[in-house]
Structure formats: C-alpha cells, structure tokens
Design a protein around this ligand. Structure first.
Ligand code: NDP
Length: 419
C-alpha cells in the first residue's frame, strides 16, 4: 500500500494521533510509576509532589543491567536459532511476504527455567541480587524499546509497500509501519514477543518467589497462589506456542512502539506486579480464599484454553466434534469458514472472558490493602474490551457482509448472554 493509496488506513484506533501520543507517554510511565510505588512507597499508590519525586521514578541504567538484558536476549537468540524445533511458514502478509517461525519455545523455556532454578538451588545465583537490578533493567528495556521502535519505523517507511501506515508520524510510530520485520526469513516480532516478553515474564516469575524464600525463609500462601496460576499460563503458552501465529499480534498488528513496550516492558515487568507486591507488602491470604482463587483461575483457564483450541482445531479440521457435536459453521466469500459452535457460537470472544477471570484471580490473591497489584486487571479488562472492538473492525474489513451475518447469529461479544 503506498502513501497515496485511496485505501490507506485512517489513524482511527486508540483515539487517533492524540491517543497514540498520550499512550506513547503513559505506557512507559506506568512501568516507572509502579516500580517507584514498590521500590519507594511499600506498594501503595503515591502522588509525585516535587521535582525530586518525579525524578525518583526514573532509575538510572547500570552496566550490570545492560549486560543482563543483552545476555538474556542473546541466550534466547541462540536457543531460537539452534534449539530443536520445526520451522513453519506464517500466513502470507497482504503484500505477499511470508515469514518463518521456529517453534522451539518450550525447549527454550525448559532449558532456561531448569538452569535458573538449578543456579538458585545450588546458590550459584542470588535472586535478590538480580532483583536489585529491577529498576535499571526496566530503564534499559524501555530505552531499548524506544530505539527499536525508531529503527522499525524507519525500516517500514523505507520499504516500497507500506503496511497499514496512515502517513501520520505520531500514530504510525505508535502503531508501527511494518507487520513482520525479519532477520533472514525469521519474524523478529515473534521472537521478541515469545522469547523476550514471555521468556522474561517466566524468568521473573521464578526469581520473585525465590527472592521471598531467600529473604523471608518460606513462600507465603499468596505468593504460592499467584506463582501456580502464572506458571499454568506461561507453560500453556510455550506448549502451544504455535497458536501465537494466528493471534492478532502476529497477523494484524504492526511492530511499533505499542508492541515493543508491551513485549519488553509490560510483559516481564508489569505482568509480575502481583508477585512484586506480595514480596514488598507481605499480604496474608487464608487457605479457603486461596482455594477459591485457584478454582476461579481454573475456571478462567478452562474458558480461555477451550475457546482458543476450538478455533485452532476447527481451522485444521472442520469436522472435528466440538462439545460432542459436528461443528456448525458458515462459509464466507473470503474463502475461510467462521465457526458457529462451542464458545464461538455463544460469544464472539469468550476467550477474552477466560483471560479476564484469570487476571482477577491473580490480583485478588494480593488482598485489598492496595490498588497497585490490581493494575493488571484494571488495564487488562479495558484492553480486552477495546481489543474485541478492534478485532470486530478488522473482521468487518476482512469478511464484509459475512461478518455482519455472523454477528447476527452470535450477538454477544465476550460474556455469553450478558455482553
Ligand atoms: P482471537 O484468537 O480471538 O483471534 C481473532 C481472530 O480469529 C479474528 O481476527 C479472525 O481471524 C478469527 N475468528 C474470529 N471469529 C472466528 C470464528 N467464529 N471462527 C473462526 N475464526 C474466527 O484474538 P486474539 O489474538 O486477540 O487473542 C488470542 C488469545 O490471547 C485470547 O485468549 C486473548 O485473551 C489472549 N490475549 C492475551 C493477552 C495478554 O496480554 N495476556 C493480550 C491479548 C490477547 P481470521 O478469520 O483471519 O483467522
């Protein structure tokens, strides 16, 4: 698509260029604010009242943090390139290009997790010493995101065929100008989302409970609940890593500042907010509440996983039974079929409901002493509400009148029979 193409997309998502500008500032700031809340204010909300308060939000990068960050990316780069795993082709992009993906995330996750746990167990590594670099690491990851976004923006602008760019600099910087930037034939977006984003989250999800054992002698019930719930989510992700290839992130969204910050800052640093809070504030959790939250998480996980699997399996084998019945579907002019059975017959994104319930369980494990650990659910629910509407627009564009017919048959967006 060229800059003068009549079908050039409009800058109409996230409130347009002004929304993109605000989010470009707020997204990284949120990471620093939360870090300062935990580092300087015992995990409570706080208001900067002076210039020095504002400056206290921005940790200086250290050489140690730079080395840790680079080493982490390098280790995952080596495991991606040389670890065993099949190479699969992605969907052809609108300009016809097709990236490749090495599906060996589970191998990389198992190797790095075993190495980390063994190093902690045999006292070769101190979790606390690494977590002392949390602030500097956050700064390094944020600065890396800025630089990478500028490079990706330039790379997208320099190509003959722009991918869904609008021509508005601020908006395109935030949303990106390139769908699947590649190194050789391999998609860098996939690598940074799966290996650095999810891999970073996985590493911190081990280090934070380990630091509690180091400093307090044992794991608290709250830490145990959050760690178990997140472990389920992370292991599930790596076992089914190939499913990422049909997610909106990979097939629809350009790699701009939004995704760089999401992958490098929000996933590792903000999605572990509950464990960070539990480490700092030591909330107590009764056994009964812990069991209730594990059940809530299991319910959310069941909806999330079964809904996503139904769609994946239907795409591979449209005759495979769903809930014991032959799947109902509708043929579209685009060529693909839309599933009308299972979760996809009672809501258009029940998978998002599962995610929301899991997020709620993780946050509630922190008790109600502070709103800070609820950051995850407070940002995640509106994000998914908005994501459903954005996917609706994308599907209207992809499927035209067929999508309207599907919406008539399946009127609920996320919560069956409610919303
Ligand atoms: P989906 O997996 O729901 O994918 C949407 C796409 O699926 C549509 O664009 C369309 O693409 C296809 N589709 C829609 N309806 C149907 C149907 N009835 N039959 C067949 N295909 C259909 O969305 P996401 O990629 O956003 O989410 C995937 C999972 O990841 C979700 O569970 C979500 O909650 C989770 N997630 C987690 C995040 C986190 O930060 N933890 C962030 C975002 C998402 P097409 O027809 O072209 O295949």
């Amino acid at each position: 698509m060229t800059g003068t193409d009549e079908s050039q997309p409009k800058p109409d998502q996230f409130g347009g260029p002004i929304g993109a500008l605000v989010l470009s500032i707020v997204m990284p700031l949120a990471g620093f604010y939360l870090w300062a809340a935990l580092e300087h204010h015992g995990g409570s909300m706080w208001l900067p009242r002076s210039v020095s308060d504002v400056l206290s939000m921005f940790p200086a990068p250290t050489l140690r943090a730079i080395v840790l960050f680079v080493a982490f990316v390098a280790v995952h780069g080596v495991l991606y390139a040389f670890g065993p795993g099949k190479v699969v082709q992605g969907r052809p992009a609108p300009n016809g290009e097709q990236a490749e993906y090495r599906i060996n995330g589970l191998f990389a996750f198992v190797v790095t997790t075993i190495a980390l746990v063994a190093a902690l167990f045999f006292d070769l590594l101190s979790a606390k010493t690494i977590l002392d670099q949390w602030g500097p690491l956050l700064m390094v990851a944020t600065l890396f995101s800025v630089v990478a976004s500028v490079i990706c923006y330039g790379a997208g602008r320099g190509r003959g065929s722009l991918e869904r760019s609008t021509g508005n600099v601020i908006y395109d910087f935030f949303m990106g100008t390139i769908l699947n930037p590649r190194l050789g034939r391999h998609d860098l977006k996939f690598f940074f989302e799966s290996r650095v984003g999810m891999g970073g989250w996985a590493a911190f999800a081990v280090l934070l409970p380990a630091a509690q054992i180091e400093t307090q002698g044992s794991l608290s019930t709250a830490m145990l609940v959050v760690t178990l719930c997140q472990a389920l989510y992370i292991v599930d992700f790596f076992v089914l890593e190939a499913n990422l290839l049909s997610m909106i992130d990979i097939i629809e969204e350009n790699l701009g500042f939004m995704l760089w910050v999401a992958f490098l800052v929000w996933m590792p640093f903000n999605f572990t907010i509950q464990q960070q809070y539990i480490l700092a504030a030591e909330p107590s959790l009764s056994t009964l509440t812990a069991i209730g939250l594990l059940v809530l998480n299991a319910g959310g996980y069941y909806i999330f996983r079964s809904a996503n699997l139904q769609k994946q399996q239907f795409r591979r084998d449209p005759s495979r039974p769903i809930w014991g019945q032959t799947p109902q579907s509708m043929q579209t002019k685009r060529g693909t079929k839309l599933l009308l059975s299972g979760w996809w017959g009672i809501a258009r994104h029940a998978n998002y409901l599962g995610d929301m319930l899991m997020a709620l369980a993780w946050c509630l494990a922190c008790g109600v002493g502070s709103i800070v650990p609820f950051f995850y659910v407070i940002y995640f629910v509106p994000l998914l509400l908005d994501r459903e509407r954005r996917d609706n627009t994308i599907c209207q564009r992809k499927y035209g009148a067929d999508w309207d017919r599907y919406c008539e048959k399946v009127p609920y967006r996320i919560i069956p029979f409610v919303y």
